[in-house]
Write a protein that binds this ligand. Structure first.
Ligand SMILES: *Cc1c(COP(=O)(O)O)cnc(C)c1O
Length: 360
Protein backbone atom coordinates (compact mmCIF):
# COMPACT_ATOMS: atom_id res chain seq x y z
CA UNK A 1 0.00 0.00 0.00
CA UNK A 2 1.24 3.46 -0.74
CA UNK A 3 -0.64 6.68 -0.21
CA UNK A 4 -0.15 9.73 -2.40
CA UNK A 5 -0.23 13.37 -1.42
CA UNK A 6 -3.77 14.22 -2.49
CA UNK A 7 -4.34 17.90 -3.31
CA UNK A 8 -7.95 17.41 -4.40
CA UNK A 9 -10.39 20.25 -3.72
CA UNK A 10 -13.05 17.80 -2.63
CA UNK A 11 -13.73 15.07 -1.78
CA UNK A 12 -10.33 15.51 -0.26
CA UNK A 13 -7.59 14.16 1.97
CA UNK A 14 -8.57 12.84 5.42
CA UNK A 15 -6.30 12.23 8.41
CA UNK A 16 -4.68 8.81 8.00
CA UNK A 17 -5.22 8.13 11.68
CA UNK A 18 -8.97 8.51 11.21
CA UNK A 19 -9.02 6.16 8.25
CA UNK A 20 -7.08 3.54 10.21
CA UNK A 21 -9.44 3.78 13.16
CA UNK A 22 -12.43 3.36 10.89
CA UNK A 23 -10.70 0.39 9.30
CA UNK A 24 -10.18 -1.24 12.69
CA UNK A 25 -13.81 -0.72 13.62
CA UNK A 26 -15.19 -1.66 10.24
CA UNK A 27 -16.47 -5.17 10.96
CA UNK A 28 -17.21 -4.86 14.65
CA UNK A 29 -17.82 -1.42 16.07
CA UNK A 30 -16.81 -1.52 19.74
CA UNK A 31 -18.05 -5.03 20.38
CA UNK A 32 -21.51 -4.64 18.91
CA UNK A 33 -20.79 -7.14 16.14
CA UNK A 34 -21.63 -4.89 13.22
CA UNK A 35 -20.25 -1.89 11.40
CA UNK A 36 -21.59 1.63 11.81
CA UNK A 37 -22.92 1.31 8.25
CA UNK A 38 -25.18 -1.51 9.34
CA UNK A 39 -26.67 -0.22 12.57
CA UNK A 40 -30.01 1.47 13.12
CA UNK A 41 -29.81 5.22 13.36
CA UNK A 42 -32.26 4.88 16.27
CA UNK A 43 -29.92 2.59 18.21
CA UNK A 44 -28.30 3.71 21.45
CA UNK A 45 -24.92 3.06 19.83
CA UNK A 46 -25.55 5.49 17.01
CA UNK A 47 -27.21 7.96 19.38
CA UNK A 48 -23.91 8.17 21.19
CA UNK A 49 -22.01 8.70 17.94
CA UNK A 50 -24.13 11.64 16.78
CA UNK A 51 -24.37 13.25 20.20
CA UNK A 52 -20.65 13.03 20.75
CA UNK A 53 -19.96 14.43 17.29
CA UNK A 54 -22.15 17.43 18.02
CA UNK A 55 -20.62 17.93 21.45
CA UNK A 56 -17.08 17.88 20.06
CA UNK A 57 -17.98 20.25 17.24
CA UNK A 58 -19.59 22.67 19.71
CA UNK A 59 -16.45 22.54 21.80
CA UNK A 60 -14.10 23.03 18.85
CA UNK A 61 -16.01 26.01 17.45
CA UNK A 62 -17.21 27.33 20.77
CA UNK A 63 -20.77 27.36 19.42
CA UNK A 64 -23.13 29.42 21.59
CA UNK A 65 -26.16 27.67 23.12
CA UNK A 66 -28.60 29.64 20.98
CA UNK A 67 -27.33 27.97 17.81
CA UNK A 68 -28.50 24.59 16.50
CA UNK A 69 -26.13 22.20 14.76
CA UNK A 70 -27.82 20.37 11.91
CA UNK A 71 -26.43 17.39 9.98
CA UNK A 72 -28.17 17.62 6.61
CA UNK A 73 -28.02 15.95 3.21
CA UNK A 74 -28.27 17.34 -0.31
CA UNK A 75 -24.80 18.86 -0.38
CA UNK A 76 -23.87 22.49 0.08
CA UNK A 77 -25.82 23.14 -3.13
CA UNK A 78 -29.18 22.35 -1.51
CA UNK A 79 -28.52 25.13 0.99
CA UNK A 80 -28.58 27.57 -1.93
CA UNK A 81 -32.37 27.00 -1.88
CA UNK A 82 -32.92 26.16 1.79
CA UNK A 83 -31.50 29.49 2.89
CA UNK A 84 -33.97 31.68 0.99
CA UNK A 85 -36.87 29.30 1.72
CA UNK A 86 -36.24 29.58 5.45
CA UNK A 87 -34.91 33.10 5.79
CA UNK A 88 -36.48 35.29 3.10
CA UNK A 89 -39.35 36.75 5.12
CA UNK A 90 -39.31 40.01 3.12
CA UNK A 91 -38.24 38.18 -0.03
CA UNK A 92 -35.12 40.34 -0.26
CA UNK A 93 -31.50 39.34 0.23
CA UNK A 94 -28.11 40.80 -0.64
CA UNK A 95 -25.42 38.63 -2.20
CA UNK A 96 -21.69 39.24 -2.47
CA UNK A 97 -20.58 37.32 -5.52
CA UNK A 98 -16.94 36.26 -5.22
CA UNK A 99 -16.94 33.08 -7.29
CA UNK A 100 -18.93 30.30 -8.92
CA UNK A 101 -20.42 28.98 -5.67
CA UNK A 102 -21.61 32.38 -4.52
CA UNK A 103 -22.96 33.02 -8.00
CA UNK A 104 -24.91 29.77 -7.98
CA UNK A 105 -26.35 30.62 -4.57
CA UNK A 106 -27.30 34.09 -5.83
CA UNK A 107 -28.95 32.67 -8.94
CA UNK A 108 -30.91 30.11 -6.92
CA UNK A 109 -32.15 32.78 -4.50
CA UNK A 110 -33.63 34.70 -7.44
CA UNK A 111 -36.28 31.99 -7.68
CA UNK A 112 -37.62 32.97 -4.30
CA UNK A 113 -37.32 36.71 -4.11
CA UNK A 114 -35.26 39.74 -4.93
CA UNK A 115 -31.63 38.70 -4.68
CA UNK A 116 -29.43 41.75 -5.08
CA UNK A 117 -25.82 41.41 -6.15
CA UNK A 118 -24.30 44.16 -3.98
CA UNK A 119 -20.65 43.40 -4.76
CA UNK A 120 -18.69 41.18 -7.09
CA UNK A 121 -15.14 40.42 -8.14
CA UNK A 122 -16.08 38.92 -11.48
CA UNK A 123 -14.41 41.85 -13.32
CA UNK A 124 -11.04 40.28 -12.51
CA UNK A 125 -12.05 36.59 -12.72
CA UNK A 126 -12.78 36.47 -9.00
CA UNK A 127 -9.12 36.92 -8.10
CA UNK A 128 -9.81 39.16 -5.09
CA UNK A 129 -12.30 39.90 -2.33
CA UNK A 130 -13.97 43.28 -2.83
CA UNK A 131 -13.96 45.94 -0.14
CA UNK A 132 -17.05 45.13 1.92
CA UNK A 133 -16.74 47.82 4.57
CA UNK A 134 -19.48 50.08 3.22
CA UNK A 135 -21.75 48.27 0.77
CA UNK A 136 -25.24 49.39 -0.28
CA UNK A 137 -27.02 46.94 2.04
CA UNK A 138 -30.76 46.90 1.29
CA UNK A 139 -32.91 48.31 4.04
CA UNK A 140 -35.33 45.37 3.88
CA UNK A 141 -32.74 42.64 3.28
CA UNK A 142 -33.45 39.46 5.22
CA UNK A 143 -29.77 38.57 5.15
CA UNK A 144 -26.42 39.24 3.51
CA UNK A 145 -24.79 36.23 1.88
CA UNK A 146 -21.13 35.38 1.32
CA UNK A 147 -19.03 32.42 0.29
CA UNK A 148 -16.25 32.87 2.82
CA UNK A 149 -13.56 30.82 1.10
CA UNK A 150 -13.75 30.51 -2.66
CA UNK A 151 -12.61 26.98 -3.38
CA UNK A 152 -12.18 27.43 -7.13
CA UNK A 153 -10.41 30.82 -7.14
CA UNK A 154 -8.46 30.53 -3.88
CA UNK A 155 -9.68 33.69 -2.20
CA UNK A 156 -10.84 34.14 1.38
CA UNK A 157 -12.59 36.93 3.26
CA UNK A 158 -9.99 38.10 5.77
CA UNK A 159 -12.64 40.25 7.39
CA UNK A 160 -16.35 39.63 7.40
CA UNK A 161 -18.42 42.21 5.51
CA UNK A 162 -20.05 45.08 7.33
CA UNK A 163 -23.68 43.98 7.04
CA UNK A 164 -24.96 47.11 8.79
CA UNK A 165 -26.87 45.07 11.30
CA UNK A 166 -28.32 42.52 8.87
CA UNK A 167 -27.93 38.81 9.44
CA UNK A 168 -24.89 37.23 7.82
CA UNK A 169 -25.14 33.88 6.04
CA UNK A 170 -21.90 32.19 5.02
CA UNK A 171 -20.94 29.17 2.96
CA UNK A 172 -17.80 27.96 4.73
CA UNK A 173 -17.47 24.64 2.87
CA UNK A 174 -13.79 24.96 2.08
CA UNK A 175 -12.59 26.73 5.24
CA UNK A 176 -14.70 24.86 7.80
CA UNK A 177 -12.62 24.22 10.96
CA UNK A 178 -9.46 25.61 9.37
CA UNK A 179 -9.23 28.38 11.97
CA UNK A 180 -11.23 29.73 14.92
CA UNK A 181 -14.40 31.67 14.07
CA UNK A 182 -16.77 33.76 16.14
CA UNK A 183 -20.03 31.93 15.46
CA UNK A 184 -22.06 34.72 17.04
CA UNK A 185 -21.21 36.97 14.08
CA UNK A 186 -23.20 34.71 11.75
CA UNK A 187 -26.91 33.96 11.49
CA UNK A 188 -26.20 30.80 9.54
CA UNK A 189 -22.94 29.21 8.58
CA UNK A 190 -22.87 25.99 6.68
CA UNK A 191 -20.57 23.82 4.67
CA UNK A 192 -20.36 20.58 2.77
CA UNK A 193 -18.06 18.40 4.84
CA UNK A 194 -16.27 16.78 1.89
CA UNK A 195 -13.79 19.64 1.62
CA UNK A 196 -12.15 19.95 5.00
CA UNK A 197 -13.88 17.52 7.34
CA UNK A 198 -15.16 14.16 6.14
CA UNK A 199 -16.65 12.04 3.36
CA UNK A 200 -19.03 13.51 0.77
CA UNK A 201 -22.78 13.55 1.28
CA UNK A 202 -23.41 15.83 4.20
CA UNK A 203 -23.66 19.47 5.14
CA UNK A 204 -23.31 20.86 8.62
CA UNK A 205 -25.47 23.94 9.14
CA UNK A 206 -25.08 26.02 12.27
CA UNK A 207 -28.22 28.10 12.56
CA UNK A 208 -29.24 30.73 15.12
CA UNK A 209 -32.29 29.44 16.94
CA UNK A 210 -34.60 32.41 16.36
CA UNK A 211 -34.35 31.76 12.61
CA UNK A 212 -35.67 28.23 12.97
CA UNK A 213 -39.44 28.66 12.66
CA UNK A 214 -42.52 27.47 10.77
CA UNK A 215 -42.58 30.83 9.02
CA UNK A 216 -41.01 29.66 5.77
CA UNK A 217 -41.90 30.38 2.16
CA UNK A 218 -45.16 28.73 1.02
CA UNK A 219 -44.53 25.39 -0.61
CA UNK A 220 -41.26 24.73 1.23
CA UNK A 221 -40.87 20.93 1.37
CA UNK A 222 -40.86 19.43 4.87
CA UNK A 223 -37.32 18.17 4.28
CA UNK A 224 -36.12 21.66 3.44
CA UNK A 225 -37.34 23.33 6.59
CA UNK A 226 -34.62 23.84 9.19
CA UNK A 227 -37.23 23.33 11.90
CA UNK A 228 -37.98 19.80 10.72
CA UNK A 229 -34.38 18.78 11.32
CA UNK A 230 -33.82 20.91 14.41
CA UNK A 231 -36.88 19.44 16.16
CA UNK A 232 -35.74 15.92 15.36
CA UNK A 233 -32.06 16.26 16.30
CA UNK A 234 -31.08 15.77 12.63
CA UNK A 235 -32.97 12.46 12.64
CA UNK A 236 -36.30 13.33 11.04
CA UNK A 237 -35.32 10.70 8.52
CA UNK A 238 -32.28 8.47 8.25
CA UNK A 239 -29.23 10.71 8.39
CA UNK A 240 -25.89 10.06 6.72
CA UNK A 241 -24.77 7.82 9.59
CA UNK A 242 -21.40 6.88 8.14
CA UNK A 243 -20.49 10.47 7.43
CA UNK A 244 -21.48 11.62 10.91
CA UNK A 245 -19.33 8.83 12.35
CA UNK A 246 -16.24 9.81 10.33
CA UNK A 247 -16.75 13.54 10.97
CA UNK A 248 -16.94 12.72 14.68
CA UNK A 249 -13.54 11.05 14.44
CA UNK A 250 -12.13 14.07 12.61
CA UNK A 251 -13.43 16.34 15.39
CA UNK A 252 -11.56 14.20 17.93
CA UNK A 253 -8.47 14.34 15.75
CA UNK A 254 -8.73 18.14 15.61
CA UNK A 255 -9.03 18.33 19.38
CA UNK A 256 -5.92 16.20 19.66
CA UNK A 257 -4.05 18.57 17.33
CA UNK A 258 -4.79 21.36 19.79
CA UNK A 259 -8.06 22.69 18.37
CA UNK A 260 -8.69 25.36 15.79
CA UNK A 261 -6.09 27.89 16.96
CA UNK A 262 -3.37 25.26 16.56
CA UNK A 263 -4.87 24.23 13.22
CA UNK A 264 -4.75 27.82 12.02
CA UNK A 265 -1.08 28.13 12.96
CA UNK A 266 -0.31 24.88 11.13
CA UNK A 267 -2.32 25.93 8.08
CA UNK A 268 -0.54 29.29 7.96
CA UNK A 269 2.81 27.57 8.14
CA UNK A 270 1.89 25.21 5.31
CA UNK A 271 0.44 27.92 3.06
CA UNK A 272 3.46 30.17 3.61
CA UNK A 273 5.80 27.55 2.20
CA UNK A 274 3.82 27.44 -1.02
CA UNK A 275 3.08 31.18 -1.32
CA UNK A 276 6.69 32.15 -0.56
CA UNK A 277 7.84 29.90 -3.33
CA UNK A 278 5.21 31.24 -5.75
CA UNK A 279 6.37 34.79 -4.98
CA UNK A 280 9.99 34.01 -5.88
CA UNK A 281 9.42 31.55 -8.73
CA UNK A 282 10.23 32.66 -12.28
CA UNK A 283 8.01 29.97 -13.77
CA UNK A 284 4.97 29.68 -11.51
CA UNK A 285 2.69 32.50 -10.52
CA UNK A 286 -0.11 32.68 -7.96
CA UNK A 287 -3.34 34.00 -9.48
CA UNK A 288 -4.82 35.72 -6.42
CA UNK A 289 -4.28 39.20 -4.96
CA UNK A 290 -2.07 38.77 -1.92
CA UNK A 291 -4.49 40.32 0.56
CA UNK A 292 -7.21 37.84 -0.46
CA UNK A 293 -5.21 34.62 -0.44
CA UNK A 294 -6.83 31.49 0.94
CA UNK A 295 -5.00 29.21 3.36
CA UNK A 296 -6.85 26.23 1.90
CA UNK A 297 -6.90 26.47 -1.90
CA UNK A 298 -3.90 27.77 -3.80
CA UNK A 299 -4.30 28.26 -7.56
CA UNK A 300 -1.26 28.92 -9.71
CA UNK A 301 -0.23 28.93 -13.38
CA UNK A 302 2.83 28.93 -15.59
CA UNK A 303 1.08 31.06 -18.19
CA UNK A 304 1.41 28.28 -20.75
CA UNK A 305 -1.43 25.73 -20.91
CA UNK A 306 0.77 22.98 -22.38
CA UNK A 307 3.35 23.43 -19.66
CA UNK A 308 0.56 23.40 -17.04
CA UNK A 309 -0.65 20.06 -18.41
CA UNK A 310 2.90 18.68 -18.40
CA UNK A 311 3.32 19.76 -14.79
CA UNK A 312 0.09 18.09 -13.67
CA UNK A 313 1.07 14.88 -15.44
CA UNK A 314 4.62 14.74 -14.06
CA UNK A 315 3.46 15.70 -10.58
CA UNK A 316 1.03 12.80 -10.61
CA UNK A 317 3.80 10.43 -11.59
CA UNK A 318 5.74 11.75 -8.58
CA UNK A 319 2.88 10.96 -6.17
CA UNK A 320 1.39 14.47 -6.07
CA UNK A 321 -2.21 14.01 -7.18
CA UNK A 322 -5.17 16.14 -8.22
CA UNK A 323 -3.28 19.35 -8.93
CA UNK A 324 -5.26 20.25 -12.02
CA UNK A 325 -7.13 23.53 -11.63
CA UNK A 326 -10.93 23.73 -11.79
CA UNK A 327 -12.25 23.06 -15.29
CA UNK A 328 -13.53 26.66 -15.53
CA UNK A 329 -10.17 28.32 -14.79
CA UNK A 330 -7.45 25.90 -15.91
CA UNK A 331 -3.90 25.99 -14.53
CA UNK A 332 -3.20 24.28 -11.23
CA UNK A 333 -4.69 24.31 -7.77
CA UNK A 334 -3.27 22.79 -4.61
CA UNK A 335 -5.86 22.28 -1.90
CA UNK A 336 -4.00 22.05 1.38
CA UNK A 337 -6.74 21.33 3.88
CA UNK A 338 -6.29 20.51 7.58
CA UNK A 339 -5.38 16.88 6.88
CA UNK A 340 -2.62 17.70 4.35
CA UNK A 341 0.63 17.20 6.25
CA UNK A 342 3.34 19.83 5.96
CA UNK A 343 5.53 17.16 4.32
CA UNK A 344 3.05 17.11 1.42
CA UNK A 345 3.44 20.84 0.83
CA UNK A 346 7.21 20.56 1.10
CA UNK A 347 7.21 17.71 -1.41
CA UNK A 348 5.08 19.81 -3.77
CA UNK A 349 7.40 22.81 -3.56
CA UNK A 350 10.49 20.61 -4.03
CA UNK A 351 8.87 19.16 -7.12
CA UNK A 352 7.96 22.63 -8.44
CA UNK A 353 11.55 23.82 -7.98
CA UNK A 354 12.82 20.84 -9.93
CA UNK A 355 10.22 21.36 -12.65
CA UNK A 356 11.13 25.05 -12.86
CA UNK A 357 14.81 24.21 -13.38
CA UNK A 358 14.02 21.71 -16.09
CA UNK A 359 11.53 23.83 -17.96
CA UNK A 360 12.68 27.42 -17.79
C1 LIG B 1 -17.80 22.31 -3.17
C2 LIG B 1 -18.51 23.53 -2.77
C3 LIG B 1 -19.91 23.65 -2.88
C4 LIG B 1 -20.79 22.56 -3.47
O1 LIG B 1 -20.83 21.46 -2.64
P1 LIG B 1 -21.77 20.21 -2.93
O2 LIG B 1 -21.75 19.50 -1.63
O3 LIG B 1 -21.16 19.45 -4.05
O4 LIG B 1 -23.12 20.73 -3.28
C5 LIG B 1 -20.49 24.82 -2.46
N1 LIG B 1 -19.77 25.83 -1.95
C6 LIG B 1 -18.43 25.75 -1.84
C7 LIG B 1 -17.67 26.89 -1.27
C8 LIG B 1 -17.77 24.59 -2.25
O5 LIG B 1 -16.43 24.52 -2.13
Amino acid sequence: MSRVYNFSAGPAVLPEEVLREAQEEMLDYRGCGMSVMEMSHRSAMFGEIIQEAEKDLRELMNIPDNYKVLFLQGGASLQFAMIPMNLMKNRVADYIVTGQWAKKAWQEAQKYGKANKIASSEDKTFSYIPDCSDLPISEDADYVYICENNTIYGTKFRELPNTKGKDLVADVSSCFLSEPVDVSRYAVLYGGVQKNIGPAGMVIAIVREDLITDDVLPGTPTMMKYKTHADAGSMYNTPNCWCIYICGKVFKWLKKQGGLAAMKAYNEKKAKILYDYLDESRLFKGTVEKASRSLMNVPFVTGNADLDAKFVKEAKAAGLENLKGHRTVGGMRASIYNAMPIEGVEALVDFMRKFEKENL
